[in-house]
Write a new protein. Structure first.
Length: 121
C-alpha cells in the first residue's frame, strides 16, 4: 500500500487518534480497515457519551419509568461503546508491542496455547 490510509472523514478526535495510532504501526488490509473504522466510530461515540455524562455532573442514578432509582443510562451507553471498540480491536489480532506485565502475559499465554495445540496434532 502506498502511504498510510487516511482516516475516514466522519471520525472525530477520539476516533481519529485511534485510527492514526493503529495505521502508523500496522499495514492493514481493506477488510481490516473497515473493522478499524468501526472501532474508531465506537471510540467517538464512547467519548461523546462520556462528555455528555460529565457535563451532567457524572450522575450515577436516574429516575426510571416508574419513578424508581436506576443506573443512569449514559453509563450503560459508555460501557457498550467501550466493549464494542475492544471487540473490533481484538478482531484485528494486533500484537502487543508494549513491554508490560500484561503484554508479556498475553505473549506467554499465546506461546503456551501454541505448544498445547501442537501436542494434540
Amino acid at each position: 500500500m502506498s502511504g498510510k490510509p487516511k482516516a475516514p472523514e466522519h471520525l472525530s478526535d477520539a476516533g481519529r487518534a485511534l485510527w492514526e495510532g493503529v495505521v502508523k504501526d500496522y499495514d492493514l488490509r481493506v477488510d481490516e480497515l473497515r473493522v478499524l473504522s468501526s472501532a474508531c466510530t465506537a471510540a467517538d461515540m464512547e467519548a461523546e457519551f462520556l462528555r455528555a455524562w460529565v457535563d451532567l455532573g457524572r450522575p450515577y442514578m436516574s429516575k426510571g419509568s416508574m419513578g424508581q432509582e436506576v443506573e443512569h443510562p449514559l453509563i450503560g451507553s459508555i460501557d457498550k461503546q467501550a466493549k464494542s471498540k475492544a471487540a473490533h480491536l481484538r478482531h484485528l489480532h494486533l500484537p502487543d508491542t508494549a513491554d508490560t506485565p500484561e503484554a508479556r502475559s498475553t505473549a506467554a499465554r499465546a506461546a503456551a496455547n501454541a505448544r498445547w495445540s501442537r501436542r494434540g496434532a
